[in-house]
Ligand binder design. Structure first.
Ligand code: ADP
Ligand code: MG
Length: 253
């Protein structure tokens, strides 16, 4: 849990403001995301979770404040710099998979490597096979997105997102469209990536998903109003679940 070790954050945002017309969705948010952490952002629907994720990852320009990823400024960065950051440092998973419908899962994963990883095509194909196996996609990998389950498609989307070895994996409600069994598979995948050292920033309003994190932030009225630090998932989960439940209850969840 690197947030306790005083390491510099991977992403740091100071006084982030985002307005849409007259509505201030993010109201001077200060946030730091640490290397190796599985950070979760919770909050009710419409509280600004997605907007915060989009601003931190440079998909949207913040209206005010500053955001840095290491030495690279995200706020005020040129389109070219942002493209480079997204290709080299960031991975993204959304509720919808955005897989290319006429390519197999495998080709979708490979394609991400061709764009972002800087590896040779042979290495990319090997890495894609390895990731697909790690994600239990052996049976589905040569099918089209329309021929696999929602969970398989989302696992392929996660494989695609980590093809380029991102410094941080951003996920916005990745299980929002999945049934219980598929949700569990995808969450297990996030846990296993985190155990291997992947830094993750997950936005969710699902308690089960949040329980996978080791640091949970709660946003309300455009601000981070509370933070809960948990031990790692997989041990003492009953206690962790109780802690999370009590914390959320205290926040009026
Ligand atoms: P969450 O992800 O927590 O559900 P969002 O970040 O999507 O919340 O949205 C926060 C608020 O900002 C909502 O009131 C939403 O309607 C508004 N909002 C988000 N994106 C836009 C946009 N592009 N234009 C106008 N309003 C927006
Ligand atoms: Mg959202």
């Amino acid at each position: 849990m690197n947030h306790e070790k005083g390491n510099p954050p991977i992403i740091s945002g100071e006084n982030i403001v985002k307005t849409f017309g007259d509505t201030k969705v993010l109201n001077e948010i200060n946030i730091e995301i640490y290397d190796g952490d599985f950070t979760v952002i919770m909050g009710t629907s419409g509280s600004g979770k997605s907007t915060l994720l989009y601003c931190l990852s440079g998909m949207e320009q913040a209206t005010g404040g500053t955001i840095h990823c290491g030495d690279q400024a995200v706020t005020g960065a040129s389109e070219k710099e942002l493209t480079k950051l997204r290709a080299n440092k960031f991975g993204f998973v959304f509720q919808k998979t955005h897989l290319v419908s006429n390519l197999t899962l495998y080709e979708n994963i490979v394609m991400a490597g061709l764009i972002g990883s800087g590896l040779s095509e042979k290495d990319i194909r090997e890495r894609a096979r390895r990731l697909a196996a790690q994600m239990n996609l052996q049976d589905a990998v040569d099918r089209l997105p329309s021929q696999v389950s929602g969970g398989e498609a989302q696992r392929a989307a996660v494989a695609r997102a980590v093809m380029g070895n991102p410094a941080i994996l951003f996920a916005d409600e990745p299980t929002g469209a999945l049934n219980k069994a598929n949700t569990k598979e995808v969450l297990n995948l996030f846990t296993s990536l985190h155990e291997k050292g992947q830094t993750i920033l997950l936005v969710t309003h699902d308690k089960e998903a949040a329980l996978r994190g080791n640091r949970i932030l709660y946003i309300e009225d455009g601000r981070v109003i509370s933070e809960l630090v948990l031990s790692e998932y997989g041990k003492d989960d009953d206690i962790r679940e109780k802690k999370l439940g009590a914390w959320l209850e205290g926040l009026g969840w």
